[in-house]
Design a binder for this molecule. Structure first.
Ligand SMILES: Nc1ncnc2c1ncn2[C@@H]1O[C@H](COP(=O)(O)OP(=O)(O)OP(=O)(O)O)[C@@H](O)[C@H]1O
Ligand SMILES: [Mg+2]
Length: 260
């Protein structure tokens, strides 16, 4: 698919986020172009999840701007539901409805929220589930699936809403190691298809393989924004070097074999 590399779909400009007196995000600015894959790295508690939550208006902000397709996310309260439909979000915990089948879970948003044609959505949902290797689970219930399979359903559920951007927050963090790969493979496939994504992960080899740009944060500040090649071979801050040294070379090599 040919994508317009010039089009900025998400612009974060000098974003400020506080919880009471505590500053969580400090002058964070980032632009995401259509088709780009941004990976956000940084130590626990540095504000990665908070940043993603600010992007789709789940958090109030204290300063700056989040603009999605030209809409000010925090200044368009009546548009926020419309905006959120265009932003697919997948978290660490995949909250599927236990009493609905996989297909019903995937169809719920497009039919109930977007009021799209049921047959059309069903066709799309089945196709998407096939694409992530779950065609046999269409009529199963979430409890009958493994964690990795459930997380793939959560990705499909977000995709079926036809989002313009996907935000993925540590989607493999709760999975057993052998299930991580099946989920990451699906995300790599989405990247190949040109889906715009902002991904928070602790899987370094995966980050290296998938990112167009790496954003490294610490204590609510973006310290580096660069190519994966540059970041992993020669980070420009000591903080990033220390962060990376926590992931041993052998471990990254081992993960690399898995991710690629
Ligand atoms: N609702 C809240 N109220 C007060 N403080 C919060 C709230 N949510 C998050 N924080 C604080 O904001 C900081 C950033 O949290 P955040 O969850 O964004 O970090 P993170 O980078 O995603 O970390 P991790 O890698 O562990 O997921 C943390 O210090 C956290 O304690
Ligand atoms: Mg987090």
């Amino acid at each position: 698919m040919k994508i317009n590399q010039k089009e900025i779909i998400l612009e974060i400009d000098h974003l400020e986020k506080q919880y009471e007196e505590r500053k969580i995000l400090n002058q964070v600015s980032l632009q995401v172009k259509k088709g780009e894959v941004i990976v956000i790295l940084g130590p626990s508690g540095c504000g990665k999840s908070t940043l993603l939550r600010c992007v789709n208006g789940l958090e109030e902000i204290q300063g700056g701007l989040v603009s999605f397709n030209g809409w000010n996310v925090h200044d368009n309260k009546n548009k926020i539901y419309e905006v959120r439909q265009k932003i697919g979000m997948v978290f660490q915990s995949y909250e599927l409805f236990p009493h609905l089948t996989i297909l019903q879970n995937v169809m719920l948003g497009p039919t109930k929220v977007q009021h799209r044609n049921k047959e059309e959505v069903k066709k799309e949902a089945i196709q998407l589930l096939e694409r992530v290797g779950l065609s046999e689970k269409v009529n199963a219930y979430p409890r009958q699936l493994s964690g990795g399979q459930r997380q793939r359903v959560a990705i499909v559920r977000a995709l079926c809403m036809k989002p313009e951007i996907m935000l993925l927050d540590e989607i493999t963090a709760a999975l057993d190691p052998e299930m991580v790969r099946e989920v990451l493979d699906v995300v790599l496939e989405l990247a190949k298809q040109g889906i715009t994504m902002v991904i928070v992960t602790h899987e370094m080899a995966f980050a290296k393989a998938i990112a167009d740009r790496i954003v490294f944060m610490d204590e609510g500040v973006i310290l580096e924004e660069t190519t994966p090649e540059q970041f992993f071979s020669n980070p420009s801050t000591d903080r990033a070097r220390r962060f990376l040294s926590g992931f041993s070379y052998e471990k990254v090599k081992e993960e690399e074999k898995v991710a690629i």
